[in-house]
Design a protein around this ligand. Structure first.
Ligand SMILES: [Zn+2]
Length: 108
């Protein structure tokens, strides 16, 4: 169900130099959150997120996660909670030990 509204007059021709399908948008998500993207790319990703709800979910998740990790450094996380999270992560890593490594290399 895609209901595209009227485009704002004056926006002219579509100019999407970089972007963006879902895969690209997600690939750039880390840079987007880190603020390492160029303005053009940020715009493009942002635009895609405006129109694509699956990506918005992914973006929301990453942003949430990042925010959580960032605030962890400042605030004091109850050690039990930290242990549980750590335990869960270790557990996951054991399960996915074979498949995760490729996904983690997102350097540009
Ligand atoms: Zn998308």
């Amino acid at each position: 169900m895609v209901t595209k509204g009227e485009k704002q007059p004056g926006s002219g021709t579509r100019k999407d130099p970089e972007i963006v399908n879902c895969r690209e948008a997600l690939a750039k998500l880390y840079g987007f959150l880190d603020g390492t993207l160029t303005d053009t790319r940020r715009e493009a990703v942002k635009k895609h997120l405006d129109e694509c709800s699956p990506c918005v979910s992914a973006y929301g998740f990453e942003a949430e996660l990042k925010h959580m990790l960032a605030s962890k450094c400042k605030d004091h996380v109850p050690s039990r909670l930290a242990d549980r999270i750590h335990g869960a992560l270790v557990e996951e890593e054991r399960k996915e030990d074979l498949s995760t490594k490729e996904d983690l290399s997102t350097d540009e």
